[in-house]
Structures are given as structure tokens and as C-alpha cells.
Write a protein that binds this ligand. Sequence first.
Ligand code: SF4
Length: 403
Amino acid sequence: MPSPTPGGDEGKSQSSTFRPQFSLPKSVYIHIPFCRHRCGYCNFTLVAGRDYLIDRFLNALEIEIGWLDKNYLIDTLFLGGGTPSHLNPQQLGRLAKIINSRFNWSSNAEITAECNPNDLDSDRLHALKDLRVNRISLGVQSLNKAKLKRLERDHCETDVRRAISHIKNCGFDVSLDMIFAAPQETLVQWKTDLNQAISLEPDHLSTYELTYEKGTQFWNRLNQGTLREAEEDLRAEMYSHTIDRLQQVDMNQYEVSSFSKTDKNCRHNLAYWQGDPFFAFGPGAARFVDGIRETNHRSTTHYLNLVHSGESPVADREHLPPEAAARERLAIGLRMIKGVDEVQFLKRTSHSVKSILRGLEQRLMDNQLLEHEDGHFRLTNRGIMLCDWIAGEIVNLSSKEPT
Ligand code: SF4
């Protein structure tokens, strides 16, 4: 694959002196695009019910990873999807060989696999262990039977409890994904669901508000009037309760949607929010290397055809000018509860946070959405509730905007 090189014309800095120093990626994302069926709310890159493509996909992955110029020392690996645990133990064994052919591991590498509760039999867990996985991100979403059915998930509470017991017996850290604001869900039901999740004693919890993405069945049903989105006030109450409740049980919120026990933050995601470089492979996978962001084609079959014929699977390639890159880094960095360290930010982008925010800084401060303390810019509790809107405002700031 043509490897991206820094300093292309399209990325020329407005400042003639600044030369961004890009470090080598220490993080890898691999997208496994297979699921048993497609859940109604899901718009991820995947194929459902087409397992006959898995071996061809593994061959393509071997080719794509083989295009790297050398072996790299890696600190975090995230196997996402789709559902990586949909691969059988032999296929997971093959995946391990492909990954180990190009990547060496730091002594305490964090290796995460997204899994479905009803995939985790002991053979698969052992195959994941052989792959050096030490952290399982379990797609629980709910422990309530009716809500799981509405979300079109094919597991039940018993599957979740069984999976967690196996995961813990095998010594993996466990992270749970939970969804709130599902169709017809009340605040009381979410409180019960969250308590059930807490009772499973995970190391890490990610909670996501259900969103209706264009192209999904849920989007169509919303537009046909057969599904109703939760009211804005209810969604805010659910999120606010989530923060308070998880704080009571010492699950520390370190990002807008992420909570963890001490020392159990997801280092892979932190690398992304901090603007660190990372490799990515597979259909729809997005990487950030040498200041260049690339995204592979989303169609799994198109990705397979391109890679098997020796062509680059990259669909989009973007080398942002330094100020736009700094705006984006700030918008993403503010997702972290600790906020953005202004000295580090200046060092890594050559722009101060103040010069990026310009007039927006005062507007956010006046509305108690942003605070500046101990050398960090961070969102207030109120700002966290509006984090997506604030990120949009920052990214869309023009360099010509008045100070
Ligand atoms: S299991 Fe996850 S990735 Fe697969 S279709 Fe459902 S939500 Fe999407």
C-alpha cells in the first residue's frame, strides 16, 4: 500500500517555521466486519450472514498488513467490528498469526476484542487468550429482555451473566457497552438496567445514547412514525443519572461516554482522543499516520476485491492544514474529562488553545460550558452534556473569524 508521507503540498503550513513532528504509531485498530445479523440501529461497516467471506477477508488482511514497511512495536490493539468473536477458534488463530507477523508488543500491551455475549464459549476464549487479548469489550447494551428485543439483539441476561463469569475466570478485564434512551424506555427502567450492569462488577463501562443513523432500519421506522425518539429532557436526565450513579460506585468518568475503575481506562481510546497516530486495517477502517488521515472503503466486498488485486483500499485521504488539524485535535480532546493540557497542545500543534478558540472561548465561558484551570481547558458538567455541539462549533471555526 502506498505509505503516506508528511509534507505534501496540500498540507503546507501557514507558518513557514513550524514542522510537525509525527511520532510512530503505537496503536492498531483492526476491523472485523462480520455479524450474525444486522441490528436495527446499527450503521457500522459489516456484512451479516455471509460467513463464507471470512477466509477471503483474512487473506486480504494478511496482504494489507504485509504492506507495512517494517515491524512495529505496539502498545494497544483494538479488534472491533462487526463482531470479532464471530470468528471461530481456527480463524482467530489465523488472525493471531497475521497480527504477529508485523507487530511486536510492549511489555504491558493492552489488547481488546469486542465480543458478543453469546459467542463466548471456552474454545473461543482460549483462542482470544492465544491472541494475547487481555481486555474484552462486551456488547451487552441491556439486561432487560424487552429492551434487548426492541434493540433486535439476540442474547439474553443469562448469556451475559454466563459470558462474564467465563471472561473473569480466564483473567480478562471486562468492559461493558450499554445503550440508554432506547424506544419506550423510561428513566426508572434505565436506572434498573444500569444497576444490573453495575452488579456485574465490570472494570469499565461505556454508555451510549441510542442514535438514529441514516440508512438504518431504525431511521426508516422513525421517519415512518413507527418508532419514537426519547424526548431531549429524558435523554439528558438519563445521562445525568448515569454520571451520578457511576460516581457513587467509584467508576471514574474519564471521557464523555466512558467510566472505569482506577487504572482501567481504555488506553487505545485515550490515544485516539489525545490525537496520537494509529494504524488501522480492514473495510471502513480509518488510520492517522504522519499527520494524514485515511479511510478504507466501507464496502467489505469492494475492500476485498481491491486488496486482492493489489490496489489500495483507501477511499479518502486527507492531510489537514495545521490549524484545521489543531481545531480537530481540540474538539476531540475536550471529550476527556481532564480536558486539554494547554502546554502540550501548543507543543504538538504550534497553536495555542486560545488562538484556536478565539471569540468562542468567551462565549463558552459566559455560558458556563468551558473552564480554564491548572493549565487545562475542560468542559464543565453542563458543557459535557453539549459536547457534540461544542465539538461542531470548534471544527467549523474559520481561521478568519474575528478574535
Ligand atoms: S452486533 Fe453490534 S456490530 Fe453487529 S449488527 Fe449488532 S450492533 Fe452492529
